[in-house]
Design a protein. Structure first.
Length: 313
């Protein structure tokens, strides 16, 4: 194993880079809501939201490819043989996940949407162990996942009530998006070993963004109120996706799925806390619920990543 690969497998580095990803993803929630307000996109206008997402991800793909080009000092474009890796990741990671996610969250409550979204990391670990059989499903991993998911449930409830209703176009679509996310996690883990994670991330984002844009326009979506402030928001969101997903792909290329996916439970916590802070709702961000949820997620991460027999790497 090279020195670079060794660094990327050290626990402290995995936790640090994954935490950066989760903070960036967490900041995307208030940024998206602000973007909708600036661009005058109604919460019920799913088609325009998909157009918005398409522009964001296509731009993110271009930024990643530009970064790769500067880094490698040559134009970074996928070869024909790489299409078989890019297409599946594009479909699972960007097209299917976000198409169903945007429709689903518009037809369910924030509490249920947040909790179901937290299942994506749980599903990814289970699929890696039981379906792909890339690693063993141990009691330690199960306990860590359950604690992480419990933390997600707790911070999303935060004093709210949870009804047991289930609607296909609401909760069902959000669940489909998370299964798609889990599949993409396994694909990235596998294909990032066969081609550059940066090239894979940039190519699939650009292709997926173009497809989302076309689908959104076909559904009647539009962004007629594009302002300078709105353009800056879209650029920021593109940078969030470009940086976070590329770092995530690099981590998945050098580590088992469970080791990285368990850290994804930090994402909902960052989303709730950063959204509350941006909206000025400090009491919602810092209370017994959020503190307890943070502790549960951290303990779950510790159980999965820090083993007694090896110590902290």
């Amino acid at each position: 194993m090279s020195e670079k690969e060794n660094i990327l497998t050290r626990t402290w580095m995995v936790v640090l880079l994954a935490s950066i990803c989760c903070i960036l993803w967490g900041s995307a929630i208030p940024a998206i809501k602000t973007g909708y307000r600036l661009l005058e996109v109604e919460s019920s206008d799913t088609a325009s939201q998909i157009v918005f997402a398409g522009i964001r991800f296509a731009l993110a793909g271009l930024l990643v490819l530009l970064f790769g080009t500067i880094r490698e000092k040559k134009i970074m474009l996928p070869e024909k043989s790489m299409i078989r890796y890019i297409v599946p990741v594009c479909l699972a990671q960007t097209l299917v996940q976000y198409f169903f996610f945007y429709i689903g969250v518009a037809h369910t409550s924030g509490v249920k949407g947040g909790i179901i979204t937290g299942t994506g990391n749980f599903i990814a670990i289970l699929m890696s162990c039981l379906v792909a059989r890339n690693e063993k499903l141990t009691g330690r991993k199960m306990i860590g996942c359950l604690l992480g998911f419990a933390g997600v449930v707790l911070i999303n409830l935060n004093g709210s009530t949870l009804d047991m209703g289930f609607k296909l176009t609401g909760e069902g679509f959000v669940l489909i998006s998370q299964v798609s996310y889990a599949v993409s996690t396994l694909l990235i883990n596998r294909y990032s070993k066969k081609m550059s994670p940066i090239l894979l991330s940039g190519s699939q984002f650009f292709a997926g963004g173009i497809l989302l844009f076309i689908i959104g326009k076909f559904m009647g979506g539009h962004l007629d109120k594009l302002t300078a402030a709105g353009a800056v928001l879209i650029l920021y969101l593109a940078l969030v996706s470009a940086v976070a997903y590329t770092l995530w792909s690099i981590l998945l290329a050098h580590n088992p799925v469970s080791r990285v996916a368990i850290l994804g439970f930090v994402n909902p916590l960052c989303s709730v806390i950063l959204s509350a802070l941006v909206l000025g709702e400090v009491q919602e961000a810092f209370n017994l619920y959020s503190l307890s949820a943070l502790v549960m997620v951290c303990v779950g991460i510790y159980i999965v990543n820090f083993r007694k027999e090896t110590g902290i790497s």
